[in-house]
Design a protein around this ligand. Structure first.
Ligand code: PLP
Length: 450
């Protein structure tokens, strides 16, 4: 029999519930604080920004949350997503390791983001909200939310980081095709945007600034709410469909992972893959090492401080206890736009503090080398973000080649690069540089912590 490379589930195997890791942790993560009172925020504080259903999911202590049938119907457009064994990459590397990847690029916008965009749009529509505002860095989240809003008849307004707005016209066109309105950020439309433009008229923007603009707009319109594509507990909850499916696919493969690797921007694809496996690990049913990989230019877990900080630049959000580089931090313009956020999910940060996961940082040249190697063997051109995870997989696979260890490695290939090819162009032309963050810049930025 031919060796199997693809593990596919039936529609009937689509998860019926999301998994909440919090009740299984030895202690819960510290709560978000109100920036004025420094008391834990209550549901009323969040009501101008999020629908009740998502506020409830943000703080739930239930281990499982039912996925509404209206959401599962949309998930079925691309889920369950395939798990692949990277046999050609293994062969090219000459490694005895077995490398698997869960491929999320099969979604309508080519990344894992719709896994949360769809339920977020659904719950807002169900509560009578008519308009969603959001930010987007690389453009993947804006595309996902635009698609999800089209499914449930919501208006969608996106503040896209200026640098990406100018460099990635196709993401903007994708959002507009799905019916969204797209503004470059900083914009003249908000107080936060105008304040930045006054100080820096040529600002190329940042995720933190774009979040300020989208939050400000939602807070001013009673029919609007705000949607965040990563970082928060409810986002990571929705992404656990990735790990739940992967567990079933590993049963089909008759294998068990020794190592999970994922790229971390705000932590949602990593948490989505890892949490169901962490549940199995905490229950003693398997014992994988779980490793987060971040860019050397934006190393919130490996070099940031674990402290309360704002989620945005203007300081409009609650204070989140997280690994942060400082809310005014503007990372160098590396090509993995989705990994350029100053903070890390409070839940991932907490789990890291508990010692349940590891983290490493890798420079972008090594990552794109891994992306090219992967593309030439597996036939999928990975988005710039997951090249970080692939570089870590390759590091490990080459170590196994030295030691002869038959380690089983699993990663989330969280998106493809069809709209990010200019980044590969820069790499292939030899124009890519590694931006190492200096201690001085980091210290300066951390000095702005509230
Ligand atoms: C947004 C994005 C990321 C970073 O976000 P996480 O919340 O850390 O997953 C990574 N990869 C892709 C393809 C993305 O679209």
């Amino acid at each position: 029999m031919a060796e199997q490379t693809k593990y596919v589930l039936d529609e009937a195997d689509l998860p019926a519930q999301w998994y909440n890791v919090i009740p299984d942790l030895p202690e819960p993560p510290p709560p978000p604080l109100h920036p004025g009172t420094r008391e834990p925020v209550g549901p009323d504080d969040l009501a101008p920004l999020f629908p009740q259903a998502l506020i409830a999911q943000e703080v739930t202590t239930d281990r499982y949350v039912d996925i509404p049938e209206e959401v599962r119907e949309v998930y079925r457009l691309w889920r369950p997503s395939p798990l692949f064994r990277a046999r050609r990459l293994e062969k090219a590397l000459g490694t005895p390791a077995r490398i698997y990847y869960k491929y999320e690029g099969v979604s309508p916008v080519g990344s894992h983001k719709p896994n949360t965009a769809v339920p977020q749009a659904f719950y807002n529509a169900a509560e009578g909200v008519t308009r969603l505002t959001t930010e987007t860095g690389a453009g993947q989240w804006g595309s996902a939310l635009a698609f999800a809003c089209a499914q449930y008849g919501l208006e969608c307004e996106v503040w896209q980081v200026r640098a990406s707005y100018d460099q990635k016209p196709y993401r903007k066109l994708m959002m507009e095709t799905f019916g969204a309105t797209v503004h470059p950020s900083p914009s003249e439309l908000t107080e936060s945007g105008r304040a930045i433009l006054e100080r820096h008229p040529d600002s190329t923007g940042s995720l933190g600034i774009a979040i300020s603009e989208a939050v400000e707009q939602a807070a001013q319109d009673p029919d609007a709410r705000y949607a965040l594509g990563s970082v928060l507990n409810h986002v990571l909850l929705h992404q656990t469909v990735i790990g739940e499916e992967a567990l079933k696919q590993f049963e089909l493969a008759g294998d068990t992972p020794d190592l999970l690797v994922g790229c971390t921007g705000g932590g949602s694809n990593f948490g989505g893959l890892a949490f169901p496996f962490l549940r199995e690990k905490l229950a003693g049913r398997m014992d994988p090492v779980i490793r987060a990989v971040e860019p050397a230019a934006c190393p919130s877990l490996t070099r940031g401080k674990y402290a309360y900080d704002f989620g945005d630049t203007a300081g409009l959000t609650p204070l989140l206890k997280m690994h942060t580089l400082g809310h005014e931090f503007i990372p160098d313009p590396i090509h993995a736009g989705g990994l350029r956020y100053h903070g890390m999910s409070p839940l991932i940060s907490h789990i890291y503090e508990l010692g349940l996961i590891e983290a490493i940082a890798i420079g972008q040249q090594e990552c794109f080398a891994a992306g090219v190697r992967f593309a030439r063997s597996e036939g999928i051109i990975p988005a710039p973000e997951p090249t970080h995870a692939l570089a870590a997989c390759i590091q490990e696979a080459l170590r196994c080649k030295e030691t002869g260890e038959e380690k089983v490695i699993l990663t989330a290939l969280c998106g493809h690069a069809h709209l990010d090819l200019p980044a590969y162009g820069a790499y292939l032309a030899g124009d890519m540089v590694d931006n190492e963050l200096s201690d001085a810049t980091l210290e300066e930025s951390l000095a702005t912590l509230p």
